[in-house]
Design a protein around this ligand. Structure first.
Ligand SMILES: CC(C)(COP(=O)(O)OP(=O)(O)OC[C@H]1O[C@@H](n2cnc3c(N)ncnc32)[C@H](O)[C@@H]1OP(=O)(O)O)[C@@H](O)C(=O)NCCC(=O)NCCS
Length: 220
């Protein structure tokens, strides 16, 4: 499938009046987990930063509140211990898997409004292919933050890791996720039929991919 040219700039200026063409995220990251724990990735409207101890109630909420993660990510109550264990283990910043807090410039308390993650796809050589994910809390959805977080994540991974390919898998009915991925330039590569069980029935998933060269094409 041929790479598409995606111009998101005009749309973003409509959505964010302060978003001028030169407002690219500032990111300071050397690619190593220890650096990542200290650094903040900044867009005009949101930031990605490592989780801190005071964010534990946010992480707990993801395990006990179905509304928080939404119907496409909720897979049943799993208790807070699994997330607490991950927190104790690596603070959500590991060699093969990272999750960061999304915080909003408009919020004064720096509380997480969502989560952005990536993990190395183990089917490929290390560092070649990452699977990415974004979750925005329900009170902040539909305001452009999901799209902005995807953009920041993609920019980070292509600028600061040698990743050749990014992947995202989503429920076939998750329209906001599909729209956000397509707006960033991800290309629909396939449909996995009835591959997972949710809310009482087997569901289809859509597989999206973004190559480093797709992104270069979209900048021309
Ligand atoms: C998927 C998610 C990250 C999108 O973030 P968001 O902030 O709600 O989305 P945005 O406001 O950035 O909008 C992204 C696109 O989706 C569209 N969209 C947003 N909400 C929508 C809705 N309820 N119905 C249809 N389209 C919608 C927007 O119009 C936009 O498309 P456009 O740029 O062509 O206009 C967010 O909805 C979410 O966290 N959902 C729950 C968790 C989840 O399902 N994550 C994905 C797991 S694979």
């Amino acid at each position: 499938m041929a790479a598409r040219s995606v111009d998101t700039t005009a749309h973003d200026r409509r959505r964010y009046p302060s978003h001028s063409k030169g407002d690219y995220p500032r990111m300071e990251y050397g690619g190593q987990p220890d650096r990542l724990r200290q650094d903040v990735f900044v867009d005009v409207n949101l930031q990605l930063r490592a989780f801190q101890e005071r964010d534990l109630p946010f992480l707990d909420r993801l395990s006990v509140d179905p509304e928080a993660v939404g119907p496409f990510m909720w897979s049943g109550f799993d208790g807070v211990r699994r997330r607490r264990h991950r927190w104790e283990n690596d603070g959500y910043v590991g060699e093969a898997s990272v999750a960061l807090a999304i915080t909003l410039s408009s919020e004064v308390d720096d509380a997480p409004a969502g989560l952005a993650s990536w993990q190395i796809n183990p089917r490929h050589q290390p560092g070649v292919c990452y699977e990415v994910g974004v979750m925005i809390l329900p009170e902040h959805r539909g305001k452009g933050f999901g799209l902005a977080a995807h953009k920041l994540l993609v920019r980070h991974l292509f600028d600061f890791t040698p990743a050749h390919r990014l992947e995202a898998v989503t429920d076939a009915e998750n329209v906001p996720k599909q729209r956000a991925l397509e707006r960033v330039g991800f290309i629909l590569e396939g449909r996995r039929r009835e591959v997972y069980f949710r809310s009482g029935s087997w569901r289809d998933e859509l597989m999206y991919g973004l190559l480093r060269s797709d992104r270069q094409d979209s900048r021309q």
